[in-house]
Design a protein around this ligand. Structure first.
Ligand SMILES: [Zn+2]
Ligand SMILES: [Zn+2]
Ligand SMILES: [Zn+2]
Length: 708
């Protein structure tokens, strides 16, 4: 039994009430309560999912809970993304049952790209039969119908036989009567009309609609794939950092073949041409005559015209082909529930693939890559203990055990990029902020990226950054978009992991020891600069890598002190104990720079000479790897006064960068702090705490929106 009825994944807490506004994928069924969602008996940690009417009904019989939650339609994820993540996750039915090496085999890109960018069979059929549909719409068969009405005598064209008889019995229609005859005012007349609204024409017009909606979806899909395929051109042109380019091309090469860009473009052109032709038919006489409400059952009748007329016959065949691939599946409530759970979990599995890939790119892995990944595993590859954990609520954590720090990843299947009004957007951001503040560590929210054009840049920055701070408590968090339709998702996730691991290792400078500094006061006062007292004067800081001589000197000093106090007798026994404790720490002190001196890119430990102490007062440093020609270290921020870690790749910008998210497309997971520079300049770094850029003296440079 738990304290709440629902589980909030963002705050990582049980709650009793779900607020009015919340995100899809945020709430789950809490264990220990028999719960029904949309009348389906749910499992522990099942997601709240919408039913056909975009509502969730949650019933907990034992607690008399019966609530309906309505979803804001906008934040539902688009069908293409939903299908793609569901397809990817089908290969990953059970996360527990799959090992590290198998996960690395699964591409984080939408499956069957080459197949999808080709013209499909059905589209060839549309192409071949489109002219018949055009013909039908422009020259439809009609039914000639004759109607008899009383009309003014001047407009009567054909007078039927029964008109005389009718006129004799309707005196109100007489104009006047003469001796010989009746002069009529109104007479019966035959009206002949073309009847358009026949079954076969309804079929043609509705087929125009069906084909248009089919093509529209396909155009969106191919468009998405096309922009993904051409995404790499962007980094190829800039090519600032080879390692990044190689990684992206590796991924590209896994799923894509050469010439695919042209293929996608050709398909797109063809689909668009058909779509526009069909759009033109909406102005045809036939389309306008048949009302929107004239529906046709999907299984066609075999009428004479549909079977024998040369054009209608083709239209009917096209209809049947359409029906074959567009059979509307009516899902039961239970099936829909299952499908939605699968999609939400699918997105989560997708994020798991990204995390495992990213870790692997960062050269981290478990000891045995061929056994199922346990819920909590140790990762090898660094000089410090790193653990990866999967939690019951489908969130993931990475722990730096020795530093007592962790970071969590929460996947939220909400289309937050679609929140186009400021009010809506701000409201959802407040949800994020108030919930991440309750979490015990930095939270990274991963949400499905959907390339919606026209979103305001200010908003885009806030959902594309690793370095966000909540207004109230200044809690650090990040929100980043990932998608099976992007080549850079692994880079983004990798950078958030790099920022956590290497950020903390770099920030551990200077190493501190809880040792009574008065014991070595001589060494501290006449020191060569490698050991000092801490600010509170109750411990020591090692401000530079100790040389062999330094350590020997320290060891000698402590040993002689021990000898001195020993001769002083039993009263000073406790002092012997304190010195011995110090002596025991010397090995750790001599090793305390191994993490700081290790290159974050190639993981080779650098000699102490590559370390440079910078400004003593604020404890900053740089360290250089001669092999990779990169630098890392701590910078001091002129704005907030805090120190922040950076990795400097020592490259020059080939191009000005303006697009939000550009860092991931050029440097990706090799950076910690974000750079801000112009064409031809070296890298300058923004403070990861307050986003201050020293080059432009601003926390929001207008020229470059280079947050992320
Ligand atoms: Zn290196
Ligand atoms: Zn700052
Ligand atoms: Zn700047």
């Amino acid at each position: 039994m738990t304290n709440g009825y629902f589980w909030n994944r963002i705050s990582g807490r049980f709650i009793k009430m779900v607020p009015e506004k919340y995100l899809l994928g945020q709430y789950q069924v809490s264990p220990g309560h028999l719960t029904f969602i949309n009348n389906v008996s749910s499992l522990d940690y099942d997601y709240f999912v919408p039913d056909n009417s975009n509502e969730s009904r949650v019933i907990i019989p034992g607690l008399s809970v019966d609530k309906k939650f309505k979803y804001v339609r906008k934040i539902l994820t688009d069908q293409l993304t939903e299908n793609a993540v569901r397809e990817i996750s089908h290969t990953l039915y059970d996360l527990l049952a799959i090992c590290w090496s198998d996960i690395l085999e699964i591409s984080p890109l939408v499956p069957k790209i080459s197949e999808r960018v080709n013209i499909q069979n059905f589209e060839r059929i549309i192409e071949s039969k489109l002219s018949h549909l055009l013909e039908v719409c422009h020259r439809p068969a009609t039914l000639l119908s004759t109607e008899i009405q009383t009309v003014h005598v001047s407009t009567a064209i054909r007078i039927p036989k029964l008109a005389t008889e009718y006129l004799l019995s309707h005196t109100e229609d007489w104009e006047k009567r003469t001796i010989h005859a009746i002069q009529p005012k109104k007479v019966l007349s035959e009206l002949i009309t073309d009847e358009y609204i026949i079954y076969e024409n309804k079929v043609a017009v509705r087929l125009v609609d069906h084909l248009r909606s089919y093509l529209f979806k396909r155009i969106l899909e191919v468009q998405k794939l096309y922009s993904m395929i051409s995404e790499t051109n962007y980094s190829l042109e800039s090519h600032n950092w080879e390692k990044h380019a190689f990684r992206v091309y590796d991924l590209w090469g896994e799923s894509l073949e050469s010439g695919i860009e042209e293929k996608a473009k050709a398909t797109l052109d063809k689909l668009k041409a058909m779509y526009y032709k069909l759009g033109g038919l909406m102005d045809s006489k036939l389309y306008k005559k048949v009302p929107m409400t004239a529906n046709v059952e999907p299984s066609l009748l075999d009428t004479n015209i549909l079977t024998n007329h040369q054009d209608y016959r083709q239209v009917s065949q096209l209809w049947r082909e359409w029906y074959k691939i567009n059979k509307i599946q009516r899902l039961t409530g239970k099936e829909l529930y299952k499908e939605k759970q699968e999609a939400y979990k699918g997105f989560n599995h997708f994020c798991w693939i990204l995390i495992v890939r990213a870790l692997s790119q960062l050269e981290l892995r478990p000891e045995n890559v061929d056994i199922p990944i346990q819920k909590d595993i140790k990762l090898l590859g660094r000089r410090t203990d790193i653990r990866l954990c999967r939690l019951d609520d489908h969130t993931f954590e990475i722990h730096l055990t020795a530093h007592e720090k962790k970071i969590r990843f929460v996947s939220i299947f909400s289309n937050i990029i679609n929140l186009t009004t400021n009010n809506d957007f701000d409201e959802y951001m407040r949800i994020f902020e108030s919930d991440v503040e309750k979490a015990q560590c930095k939270t990274i929210i991963l949400y499905p990226d959907q390339n919606i054009a026209g979103i305001d840049n200010n908003r885009l920055i806030r959902i594309n950054s690793l370095f966000l701070r909540s207004e109230e408590n200044n809690t650090s968090y990040g929100i980043i978009p990932v998608s099976p339709f992007s080549l850079f998702s692994v880079e983004k996730v990798g950078r958030s992991i790099r920022q956590f691991i290497d950020g903390i290792l770099i920030e551990s400078y200077p190493p501190a020891f809880d040792i009574d500094n008065s014991l070595i006061s001589d060494m501290i006062s006449d020191n060569s600069g490698w050991v000092i007292s801490n600010r509170n004067n109750d411990g020591i800081l090692i401000t530079a890598p100790p040389q062999k001589d330094d350590i020997e000197q320290l060891r000698r000093h402590i040993s002689s002190e021990i000898k001195k106090v020993k001769v002083m007798g039993k009263v000073f026994q406790y002092k012997v104990h304190v010195f011995n404790h110090f002596l025991g720490q010397i090995d750790t002190i001599s090793q305390c720079y191994s993490e700081i001196l290790t290159c974050p890119i190639c993981h080779k430990q650098q000699p102490p000479e590559s370390f440079t102490k910078r400004y003593m007062d604020n404890h900053t440093f740089t360290c250089r790897c001669t092999e990779c020609n990169i630098e890392w270290g701590l910078n001091s921020c002129a704005n907030c006064g805090d120190n922040f870690p950076f990795i400097n790749l020592n490259t020059i910008f080939n191009h000005d960068q303006h697009e939000i998210g550009w860092v991931d497309k050029i440097f990706g997971l090799d950076l910690v702090a974000s750079p801000c520079s112009s064409k031809g300049e070296k890298m300058h770094f923004r403070c990861t705490k307050c986003n201050y850029c020293s080059i432009h003296n601003s926390t929001r440079c207008l020229m470059k929106e280079s947050w992320t």
